[in-house]
Write a protein that binds this ligand. Structure first.
Ligand code: PLP
Length: 294
């Protein structure tokens, strides 16, 4: 059983893209380098869930996602490493041609269970243990208390309290909750939301946080770029140019929107002179179905 990945693979990379003014410093925490297949924040969300499953004597992980889900990809790879069976409940009927994400997950041994969009919507009210008595159920995106607990370890590889701001892309907010819980109290945490109109997120994140005192945190809702997984030519061009200038590859759903939103906020004066910003690269590169970097 191999549950511990090597956190020494994570690199803190200082960046100076052309649009960053001299009086603001920025660095990217490259969680995408953690592991070729269990990359990014998904490992941190899974690790205590996997431990709990094994401690409870479960023999299977069951979880949920769409055809390009980073969580499905990471779960399939992590379960293969841990030697535990897994089932991915996939939104929508089985397509004629599987996405690369589902093909890879299946090749790693994940059983794919396609369900209608309606059944998928009702997944949290479904008794999955009736179908799979030995399964430990991980919610979509690894969004639970153990997921947030694992994300408290993300900042342990930084160990630099001189960062004034920590910025991270937000889907469910589980990762952000872990960052808020573990950051120094003088740091400010900013979550760049990649979904449109996700006003429920503040409440969801609050439910994962310990009581005060906590660092100051806020969600930024105006940089979703049209909504979840909506891709524009501007975003593609931004990702390409950022790679050219920094050698940091970004994904089109999360980290591309984080850094493009960060640039806009820098230009709009939302980061005061003297800011030192830690940008969390949460991974997700497997989701780039086409090569957007060249
Ligand atoms: C899943 C994911 C996120 C969102 O994480 P949450 O904990 O759901 O907010 C951010 N970035 C990448 C690359 C992801 O795959």
């Amino acid at each position: 059983m191999q549950l511990d990945l090597d956190y020494n693979n994570i690199v803190l990379q200082t960046i100076s893209p052309s649009w960053l003014p001299d009086n603001i410093q920025a660095a990217v925490l490259r969680l995408d380098l953690l592991h070729p297949e269990v990359s990014g924040n998904k490992w941190f969300k899974l690790r205590y869930n996997l431990e709990a499953a094994l401690a409870q004597g479960k023999t299977r992980i069951l979880t949920f996602g769409g055809a390009y889900s980073n969580h499905i990809a990471a779960t399939a790879a992590a379960c293969q490493l841990a030697g535990i069976a897994c089932t991915g409940v996939i939104r929508g009927e089985r397509p004629l041609v599987l996405s690369h994400t589902l093909r890879d997950a299946s090749a790693k041994g994940m059983e794919l269970l396609f369900v209608s969009r309606e059944a998928y919507r009702n997944k949290n009210e479904t008794d999955w243990n009736a179908l799979y008595p030995d399964a430990y159920v991980v919610p979509e995106g690894g969004n639970n208390a153990l997921g947030a607990k694992g994300c408290e370890e993300i900042l342990s590889s930084v160990n630099d309290p001189s960062f004034t701001h920590i910025a991270c892309a937000v889907g469910t907010g589980t990762t952000l909750a872990g960052l808020i819980s573990s950051a120094d109290h003088q740091q400010e945490i900013r979550g760049y939301v990649v979904l449109k109109g996700a006003s429920y997120l503040e409440h969801e994140i609050l439910s994962l946080l310990p009581p005060e005192p906590l660092p100051h945190w806020q969600l930024i809702h105006q940089h979703h770029g049209g909504g979840y997984a909506k891709v524009t030519l501007t975003l593609m061009e931004f990702i390409r140019q950022f790679y050219e200038e920094t050698n940091v590859p970004l994904d089109i759903v999360y980290t591309g929107k984080l850094i493009m939103g960060f640039r806009q906020d820098v230009l709009d004066g939302m980061y005061p002179a003297g800011s030192k910003v830690l940008l969390i690269h949460t991974g997700g590169l497997q989701g780039n179905s086409t090569n957007v970097l060249t």
